[in-house]
Design a protein around this ligand. Structure first.
Ligand code: 8X3
Length: 250
């Protein structure tokens, strides 16, 4: 049985991925900040597969390192790392952006991904196998108005994914990215800081991707034969053609 560690596992794409991988026979390490949700999920999924939980904020490098180092068998050999934790804060022109928002996006989406990866990569390197999937975004492929720092953080994920694939090539570690476009989760609610009306509007007038659609793509990537690496996969709903072209019927 392979073990997958998923960050940001208590909501959205991370949650759908955790459930999907459990249903498909992967042991799961659920990581997130919400200890109550982690405990509930563990109760639910451990009837199906072995499940462990780690409570941390990916921004806290010391806690990330100690929590991951504390994993006991059978969870101490991670076969698959899904770097999913990430979000957007604000959607403002660069001259009106908040430095706190910029810090949050770079700290979570970029540095947090690196802290978790840093804690897992050595064990994959020693075992000469493993798979890392970074959840990027269409925002990592093109920059859209007011996306500035969020797009920057996701472009960094894109570059870091390539860098990881290059540097971990000698060890047979597969590295790839799944880059979703608009996905109907609490993403926009976080971006707009609880303004649910504004957040709901983002997904009105068309059928956005659902978290499960992305989880299905991730399942595909982690169930390929050992010689196949899904290096870079962009997925959008049919109504979306790019970060700025969206066919809405209102
Ligand atoms: C989320 C997609 O279009 O809001 O990464 O940037 S978008």
């Amino acid at each position: 049985m392979k073990t997958a560690l998923i960050t940001g596992a208590t909501s959205g794409i991370g949650l759908a991925t955790a459930i999907t991988l459990a249903e498909n026979g992967f042991a799961i390490v659920l990581c997130g900040r919400n200890t109550k949700k982690l405990a509930e999920l563990k109760d639910e999924l451990s009837t199906v597969v072995p499940v462990e939980t780690l409570a941390f904020d990916v921004r806290d490098k010391d806690i990330v390192a100690t929590q991951i180092a504390s994993l006991q068998a059978p969870f101490n050999e991670i076969d698959i790392l899904i770097n999913n934790a990430g979000n957007a804060h604000g959607l403002d022109p660069i001259d009106k952006g908040s430095i706190e928002d910029w810090d949050a996006m770079l700290d979570i989406n970029v540095k947090g991904l690196l802290y978790v990866s840093n804690a897992i990569i050595p064990q994959m390197r020693d075992r000469k196998r493993g798979q890392i999937i970074n959840i990027g975004s269409t925002a990592g492929k093109e920059v859209y108005p007011n996306g500035n720092v969020y797009c920057g953080s996701k472009h960094a994920v894109d570059a870091i994914t390539t860098g990881m694939r290059l540097d971990l090539n000698p060890y047979g570690i597969r590295v790839g990215a799944v880059n979703p476009g608009l996905v109907e989760t609490n993403f926009s609610e976080v971006r707009f800081k609880g303004d649910t009306e504004r957040a709901e509007k983002v997904y009105q007038g068309y059928l956005a991707l659902q978290a499960q659609d992305v989880a299905d793509v991730i399942l595909f990537a982690v169930t390929r034969p050992a010689h196949v690496n899904i290096a870079d996969l962009t997925v959008m709903c049919t109504a979306q053609a790019s970060s700025t072209v969206l066919k809405k019927e209102l």
